[in-house]
Design a protein around this ligand. Sequence first.
Ligand code: ADP
Length: 164
Amino acid sequence: MTTAVCPGSFDPVTVGHVDIIKRAAKMFDRVIVAVLINMDKKPWFTIDERLEFLRKATEGIDNVEIVSFNGLLVDFAAANGADVIVRGLRAVSDFEYEFQMTLTNNKLNPEIETVFLTSSAENMYLSSSIVKQVGVMGGDVSPFVPHCVLDEIISRIKQRSKVL
Ligand code: ADP
């Protein structure tokens, strides 16, 4: 059985994330979506919100689990029996950071491979930051986030814009 980890901050989940998770779920027996608790950049959404939105957005995909994690990704992967880390690759701008992280993780644990899935053409530009930037200015974020969590995401962004 091959287990893959899809790590990220998912602050909040976008249709780009869901696309990568769905494609990974077709390739691997078990997919663990690992949501990083402590990020350098302060998250807009709490860990519970990020987990809940992902659970709703991936409902019905039987081999996907949504969990939180802290600490080293390779340690989390090894502790959960994962052989592979899956990352999405958007533009050239993602490449340098991803390359550095992959080589670092490989030094820390050579048993765990990193696999990249290229972004679908329609999601190439999309990021959680774009959702927050557009949302806080009152723009329509419906093309960017899964429909089932759209209202919750809009309402949290509105709360957030009041305190900014
Ligand atoms: P991080 O903060 O670790 O970059 P993100 O939450 O931004 O995590 O993204 C989680 C994963 O989803 C990463 O592998 C990232 O490359 C991928 N990803 C994010 N947005 C897209 C997108 N629009 N298309 C494809 N992959 C994406």
